[in-house]
Design a protein around this ligand. Structure first.
Ligand code: ADP
Length: 228
């Protein structure tokens, strides 16, 4: 589903963020990317959503050359390859409902369609009672669930999670990881999780890609938390 072929990324003027990286991810996989801060994890995720272009190399998404997709079709790709972040990026002064509704409004859905979709996803993520609450007043774990809900209304094929538990306590963290596991297992969503949380990596017992200074030094399935 996703192929990185000899991908190098140099940020101007001379930061080598990814150094000749190749890997393939099949549809339905749950893959963890680990590595120290600055190892290149976020850069991989950004390249996948075409928020950054590689300096060299090829990327395929479902047999299409991702780098040849015209700019005007990138929004579509970004709906299919959704992302959630460590710092949530919610509109704090809007309600949970309004936050989740945004991507659907952009697509021109009418209010009854929007409500139906939001109730469905809120039920799944157990945030139905929070729909009228301002996003800024939620706990970290609740905020991350809202972010997941906001991604899910676009029916993504791939979900990228960039340190999604970085701001959460251990209990909320494991709840978010459980949700990611269920989305992967029950809905077939391909999940790529960047993290440096050892407990989470060890508990997942899934494929692990290890980055070290921009190089892919290990690719094991199941992998363990070993940075060197
Ligand atoms: P990680 O997610 O593993 O912490 P990143 O992919 O964010 O790593 O960063 C990899 C390297 O690229 C780091 O050295 C970082 O400082 C650098 N980098 C990331 N984004 C930029 C940018 N926009 N401009 C210049 N350097 C960047």
């Amino acid at each position: 589903m996703i192929i990185f072929k000899n991908v190098t990324k140099i940020y101007f003027p001379d930061t080598l963020a990814l150094d000749n990286i190749s890997f393939e991810i099949k549809g339905g996989e749950f893959v963890v990317i680990i590595g120290r801060s600055g190892a290149g994890k976020t850069t991989i995720l950004k390249i996948l959503r075409r928020e950054e272009d590689p300096t060299k190399g090829l990327i395929y998404y479902k047999n299409r050359n991702l780098l040849e997709i015209p700019r005007k079709r990138l929004a579509e790709i970004r709906r299919k390859i959704a992302i959630v972040y460590q710092d949530f990026k919610l509109l704090d002064k809007k309600t949970v409902f309004e936050n989740i509704a945004l991507p659907l409004e952009i697509l021109g859905r009418n209010l009854s369609e929007i409500k139906e979709e939001i109730f469905k996803v809120a039920e799944k993520l157990k945030i139905k009672k929070k729909l009228d609450q301002l996003a800024g007043t939620l706990s970290g774990g609740e905020k991350q669930k809202v972010c997941l809900a906001r991604s899910l209304v676009n029916k993504p094929e791939v979900l990228l999670a960039d340190e999604p538990t970085g701001n959460l306590d251990p209990i909320a963290s494991f709840e978010i990881i459980e949700i990611l596991k269920n989305l992967n297992r029950n809905e077939g969503i391909t999940v790529i999780l960047a993290t440096h949380n050892r407990e989470i990596v060890e508990s997942l017992k899934t494929r692990v890609l290890v980055l070290n200074s921009g190089r892919l030094i290990r690719d094991e399935n199941p992998g363990t938390y070993a940075l060197l």
